[in-house]
Write a protein that binds this ligand. Structure first.
Ligand code: 48H
Length: 258
């Protein structure tokens, strides 16, 4: 039986990898904004894969605030909780509390169930750039990177890459560090997130979600970092709305052709 178990796993996993060497969209980062965007894209029948460096997707949502695993969502994002079957409790002032574990596991389940190929334990270490267009990502195992092993990576290609890596905005970081690029929004790219202001941060995260370079979009906390906007603390409505907006923009671009 050991042979059959190992054979089933390797066949299944390599089939998934082979199927996703070419994608419509590659999402880097499995936090709330990336997961929500991934679900929406898969529901729009776009071939989507998500690269997450940690073992468990979910990003900063599991831990709530200071490990108190409750998060806050504002009324504007309630329709997303309803759509994804996540329970909430009203706590006044247009705010709602949500169990962080229920919310995070629901986002992961829905992305996976909708057909997103999730590659966990895998890091984006570089991007593929052709004719001033981001055409994919370069990946390697997280443990290979952590151990500093000299092992060459693989590349996955796509029509669109989404930087959903949260605070470090790693995709934009590697693109701007290695290439003489001009971002589509010249005011962006200073990459220094500002201090806490919940209202401003929540607004900015949705406002700056969008296409930042041909073939590259940003969402979530990465949109705040790259635009030099405020952080917002443990309120997650902006992250979900940002993921939703990214999916809408990407779907519209791909429907119109590259
Ligand atoms: C593969 C990578 C890589 C890489 C990173 O941080 P996240 O949860 O991202 P968002 O933007 O969806 O949500 C932000 C939110 O969690 C948060 O931090 C808030 C609201 N902070 C407010 C505040 O004031 O502090 O998830 C990003 C994910 C993580 O799971 C990373 O492991 C992953 O991206 N990631 N995956 N390759 N190079 N870099």
């Amino acid at each position: 039986m050991e042979y059959q178990i190992s054979s089933a796993i390797t066949k299944g996993w390599f089939h998934k990898l082979q199927e996703h060497l070419k994608n419509d969209v590659i999402i880097v980062g499995g936090g709330p904004s990336g997961l929500l965007c991934a679900s929406e894209l898969a529901q729009a029948n776009l071939k989507t894969c998500l690269i997450e460096s940690k073992l468990a997707p979910g990003g900063g949502m599991w831990g709530g605030a200071m490990l108190f695993n409750t998060i806050v969502i504002q009324s504007e994002a309630l329709f997303i909780l309803e759509k994804y079957g996540i329970s909430y409790l009203e706590c006044g002032d247009g705010l709602y509390t949500v169990d962080a574990v229920e919310a995070t596991s629901s986002l992961i389940y829905h992305a996976s169930h909708a057909g997103v190929a999730i590659f966990n334990g895998v890091c984006m270490e570089d991007v593929v750039v052709k004719e001033n267009y981001v055409s994919g990502v370069v990946i390697n195992w997280n443990p290979v990177q952590r151990l500093g092993m000299h092992v060459d990576p693989l590349s996955l290609t796509s029509q669109v890459v989404l930087d959903a890596t949260g605070h470090p905005s790693e995709v934009v970081g590697v693109l701007t560090r290695k290439n003489p690029v001009e971002l589509l929004y010249p005011e962006m790219g200073n990459r220094s997130e500002r201090s806490m202001n919940a209202e401003a941060g929540e607004r900015a995260c949705v406002q700056f979600t969008g296409r930042i370079y041909p073939g590259l979009y940003i969402c979530g906390m990465a949109a705040c970092g790259v635009s030099g906007s405020n952080r917002m603390g443990p309120i997650f409505g902006g992250m979900l709305l940002s993921g939703m907006k990214a999916a809408r923009l990407i779907t519209a671009e791909l429907a119109g052709g590259k």
